[in-house]
Design a protein around this ligand. Structure first.
Ligand code: ZN
Length: 436
């Protein structure tokens, strides 16, 4: 627990994080869960289609295409005088989506073929009790609408071969053919994909005839939990990057109205490159900030005054793979938030923006750690470079240390979450500046 929070606040934050993780099987549900927390804290939903005229201190959020959201509080000072403070993260997680025409059958065993989304560790999805979430596209007259649905029922299974069938399985590692090895078992009684759709319609309380399209995603409904002897670790799916989405939303609520206009921008599509209508490569952040600035000239003046903190999962030291980490720069789970540095600019952190984040942390009594890749290993990336390139705003890449990134079941540290929430609240409070 950092100096800015009490143990009781920490427990409430943890319970709320677990609820957020458990109720967000897809990026759209993550946005829905974020919106619920924002509305409860007095934020009102704006529509991109409407005109906006926001007074100082207004709490608002804007959703684009159900799976990305920008929430904010307008500052005492207009953006042209003090810029924006932005915390950015992504709402999507690697996984599997049911293909069109998915039906396969071997004798009486029904399977559905699935398409890989992003880069999951495929083997971790095997022998889990998998469930289904997504949306139905409905036609009513001349309008198409979207209806989300989710279930925690264990409808699907990726079944591993018995060790007796594949004697090499523990020698070569469990290798899965991405096409022939991934169809999920859903029936041993001759049911068809049509029966799956009927079940989905019943869950969503939707008339089957109105369904004109669908998006079906697999997910693991095992609830998030504390883990380890002292209960100081988090075991859950989708920590990358729902944990940072949660920290950012809670930080904005905690920060409240301040001098600058503060924003939390949660984007879909990071795991597949962000080049979508509401990904970090889109004009979503650009258009929202320009509208908040009031006019184009004011928007341009706000850019050099703004700071973004891009938060995403960071690689904590894995005790069994210590050789995969930089020899001396190795972030530890529960060792505090991580500033990510990369000379090839895969992360946005610079001398001044790293100092900015570390100073926000120091003001909260929180120490920071640093991540840098080995020179003989490729470095990942995140939304920071995209939004910073698009908007021209300064940025730092940070995140909390975690293990098993992109596994169906990841792990991270409890105290890191409350520490990051405190640091982001300090950032979004808008008192700190960069003047280089
Ligand atoms: Zn991520």
């Amino acid at each position: 627990m950092n100096s800015s929070g009490t143990p009781a606040e920490g427990n409430e934050l943890t319970d709320d994080l677990f609820d957020f993780l458990d109720s967000s099987p897809t990026s759209s549900f993550a946005v829905y869960a974020a919106a619920g927390r924002l509305e409860a804290a007095g934020f009102t939903r704006l529509d991109e289609k409407d005109g906006w005229d926001l007074k100082p201190g207004t709490r608002f959020f804007v959703v684009r295409s159900s799976s990305s959201v920008i929430a904010g509080i307008t500052g005492r000072e207009p953006p042209r005088l003090s810029g924006f403070r932005i915390a950015g993260a992504h709402t999507d997680s690697p996984g599997f989506r049911v293909k069109p025409c998915p039906e396969r059958k071997t004798e009486n065993i029904g399977t559905l073929s699935v398409e890989i989304y992003g880069s999951p560790i495929i083997a971790t999805w095997f022998d889990r009790d998998l469930s289904l979430a997504g949306s139905l596209a409905l036609r009513e007259g001349n309008a198409i609408t979207r209806r989300p649905f989710m279930t925690r029922d264990p409808l699907f299974r990726m079944a591993s071969p018995a060790v007796h069938i594949d004697r090499e399985i523990n020698k070569e590692g469990f290798r899965v053919d991405r096409e022939s090895g991934t169809p999920v078992i859903y029936s041993a009684s001759g049911a068809t994909f049509d029966d799956v759709l009927s079940r989905v319609c019943a869950m969503a309380s939707v008339d089957r005839e109105k369904v004109a399209g669908w998006s079906l995603e697999l997910w693991d409904p095992q609830p998030a939990t504390r883990g380890g002897l002292d209960g100081d670790m988090i075991f859950s799916g989708r920590l990358d990057n729902l944990a940072m989405c949660h920290a950012a939303v809670r930080a904005l609520i905690k920060a409240g109205p301040g001098r600058t206009t503060s924003l939390v921008a949660l984007f879909n599509s990071e795991e597949v490159g962000s080049a979508t209508l509401n990904g970090a490569g889109s004009n979503f952040l650009e258009t929202v900030t320009e509208r908040l600035a009031g006019d184009r000239e004011s928007y341009f003046r706000s850019i050099p005054l703004s700071v973004q903190v891009s938060v995403d999962g960071a690689h904590g030291l894995h005790p069994n793979y210590a050789g995969k980490h930089d020899p001396t720069c190795r972030p530890l789970v529960n060792g505090g938030p991580v500033i990510k540095v990369n000379a090839m600019e895969r992360y946005t952190s610079s001398d001044v923006t790293s100092a900015y984040f570390a100073s926000c942390a120091a003001d909260c009594g929180v120490g920071v750690q640093y991540f840098v890749s080995r020179n003989d290993m490729p470095c990942g990336s995140t939304i920071g470079p995209l939004t910073s390139t698009r908007t021209g705003m300064r940025s730092v890449d940070a995140g909390n240390p975690m293990l098993s990134m992109h596994s169906v079941r990841e792990m991270s540290g409890l105290s890191d979450h409350s520490d990051m929430t405190a640091v982001l609240a300090r950032h979004l409070g808008g008192e700190m500046e960069i003047d280089d």
